[in-house]
Design a protein around this ligand. Structure first.
Ligand SMILES: NC(=O)c1ccc[n+]([C@@H]2O[C@H](COP(=O)([O-])OP(=O)(O)OC[C@H]3O[C@@H](n4cnc5c(N)ncnc54)[C@H](O)[C@@H]3O)[C@@H](O)[C@H]2O)c1
Ligand SMILES: O=C(O)C(=O)C[C@]1(C(=O)O)C=C[C@@H](O)C=C1
Length: 363
């Protein structure tokens, strides 16, 4: 029986466990995590078969997946190297940086194979409860495994078949430069913007709460886990510092154009960005599948909310979230209904329309 050991059963570790179990329920999954509640939840939900209290239980596994913050992945490699590991074992990690992890894996004994990996999807949410089997669907999954025989990489890809990802091999440096620019730098920018805005509104506490879609979209990732992100910056410092400098230069240029009122430069600044951004395609919420929102105008009367939910329930339409908007942004509606399927939203819109509700759809 194939045995998989997962160290760190948070968002990513538990999503992998769920996907493995979905495709191959007979695979035995053992997991360790500092957080006992996470392990208990995973046992209860049958995401894993057994909880372990340390990495020692990994020594008999066929696959070991390291899914803790990157600094802890490096420590785990050290600890694993001191254990009598099963011959033929494949060890992989999901860390967001690769150069230091791949270098640290040099301590592993020759009877095991290390294949560094990085699923390029996720969320600002953390923990076992946020995980899901389809988190990585259609995302890139980077493989960084210089000098690893292709048949070993295929064995790992077979284990993770259910993820439905696009595999891409990179060198450690290519990887860290790429994600430095498209993932690490954006997280710094989002957090810096939130902090600077917070300071700007120090004397008017309501200021930030007035923020609409623009501020919220650019800063969603500022809600990500600080432990995970400080470890990422620690292990990709030189590359990020270079990219941050380049970004600062871009800001200096736009500031200058504003000050001298160079309208043509400002037009080009936005026009160039728009062309690139438009090519990115439809937006997803993090790695999570797109949800389908419907905004409904409801009268400010007792029972209005219940009436809408009753109409949907009677039509057997599954609602996954409901939110009363505090502020009317550009959307003319106060009740936000979220559906998993576009067809559900279309049907809901039709039925509510027939009942004379004003509705607006938005992805
Ligand atoms: N969040 C994302 O979007 C994302 C995407 C791709 C890769 N990653 C990488 O995946 C890894 C995990 O991130 P996550 O988002 O799942 O974080 P998470 O916080 O949801 O999960 C991490 C888990 O590791 C546990 N943990 C921490 N230190 C430990 C230790 N020493 N021993 C055992 N367990 C320990 C925590 O209790 C937690 O349950 C990180 O290396 C991160 O860089 C994250
Ligand atoms: O969607 C998000 O919230 C993410 O931040 C996911 C994200 C990213 O795109 O930067 C974050 C870190 C990972 O290493 C990979 C993906």
């Amino acid at each position: 029986m194939t045995e998989v050991f997962i160290n760190g059963l948070g968002l990513i570790g538990s999503s992998l466990a769920r996907a493995i179990k979905q495709k191959n329920p007979e695979i035995k999954i053992i997991a360790a995590d500092l957080n006992q509640d996470a392990l208990e939840y995973a046992l209860q939900q049958k995401i894993i078969d057994k909880a372990a209290d340390s990495l020692t239980a990994a020594q008999t596994a066929d696959f070991v997946i390291l899914a803790t913050p990157v600094n802890e992945i490096i420590n785990s490699l050290q600890q694993l190297s001191k254990l009598p590991l099963k011959k033929g074992m494949i060890i992989t990690d999901v860390g967001s940086t690769k150069q230091q992890i791949v270098a640290a894996a040099a301590v592993l004994p020759a009877q095991v194979t290390f294949i560094s990996g990085h699923p390029m999807a996720g969320s600002h949410k953390t923990g076992v409860t946020a995980g899901r089997a389809d988190l990585f669907e259609n995302a890139f999954y980077f493989i960084v495994a210089p000098a690893v025989p292709p048949e070993m990489i295929i064995r790992l890809q077979d284990l993770l078949q259910q993820l439905h990802v696009k595999w891409l091999q990179l060198t450690p440096e290519q990887h860290d430069r790429l994600v430095g620019q498209i993932s690490h730098l954006p997280h710094i920018i989002a957090a810096a913007l939130v902090n600077q805005t917070q300071r700007a509104f120090e004397d008017s506490p309501l200021g930030m709460r007035m923020a609409a879609g623009g501020f919220k979209s650019i800063t969603r990732i500022a809600a990500a886990d600080p432990t995970m992100w400080s470890a990422i910056l620690h292990t990709n410092a030189a590359i990020i510092a270079e990219q941050l400098q380049d970004y600062q230069n871009e800001l200096v240029k736009v500031r200058r154009a504003i000050l001298i009122d160079d309208q043509s430069a400002l037009y080009h600044f936005f026009a160039t960005a728009k062309v690139s951004r438009d090519q990115l395609g439809p937006e997803k919420i993090g790695g999570l599948p797109g949800f389908y929102d419907l905004f409904v105008n409801i009268p400010d009367k007792v029972g209005s909310l219940a009436k809408v939910t009753q109409i949907l329930a009677a039509a057997k339409i599954n609602l996954i979230n409901l939110h009363i908007l505090e502020i009317r942004e550009e959307i003319d509606g106060v009740l936000q209904l979220t559906f998993m399927k576009e067809t559900d939203r279309t049907t809901a819109a039709k039925i509510l329309n027939e009942q004379h509700y004003q509705v607006i759809s938005r992805k």
